[in-house]
Design a protein. Structure first.
Ligand SMILES: [Zn+2]
Length: 153
């Protein structure tokens, strides 16, 4: 597959690339599966009594981070750097290899948009949260949004 070949090319490029301290800090802040912002959201959902979800669901398009099957609700937690958060755009702008990173982030954004429309076409509802929206001050809003969606079932 051509797309896959491209991805491997990028992987090799990543290995050889010099990453500035600024970027490596942003990358460390990027949620890996089951860590950081995603975990915070899950624990806030749990405390709010919003349970019955599954995590990193492989057999659903885009492998949602949090998935409520009965409500057909897919929730994604996006790392601000990798997914190109519109709120953090300026803060996270790479100083070196910016063209490389911008291309990579653009590809992620295109993929995210494709996943979203595919899920919506399959009659799923989609909620996306940026990691910067899941601070202690704001996480309740995220929980309330999810709660509203579940109430609509
Ligand atoms: Zn952000």
């Amino acid at each position: 597959m051509r797309a896959q070949g491209k991805r491997y090319g990028i992987k090799r490029l990543v290995e050889t690339i010099q990453v500035s301290e600024n970027i490596s800090r942003s990358m460390r802040n990027t949620p890996q599966k089951g860590t950081g912002p995603e975990l915070k959201l899950r624990s806030a959902l749990w405390k709010a009594g919003l349970r019955g979800y599954r995590v990193n669901v492989r057999n659903v398009v885009g492998k949602p981070d949090i998935f409520f099957r009965r409500a057909r609700l897919a929730v994604f937690v996006h790392g601000c750097f990798w997914h190109g958060c519109p709120h953090c755009k300026r803060n996270l702008k790479p100083k070196t290899n910016s063209h490389y990173w911008e291309t990579k982030i653009d590809q992620t954004r295109v993929r995210d948009a494709a996943v979203r429309s595919e899920l919506e076409a399959l009659n799923y509802r989609v909620l996306v949260f940026w990691e910067c929206e899941l601070t202690a001050a704001r996480i309740d809003d995220a929980v309330a949004l999810i709660g509203n969606e579940l109430d609509r079932v």
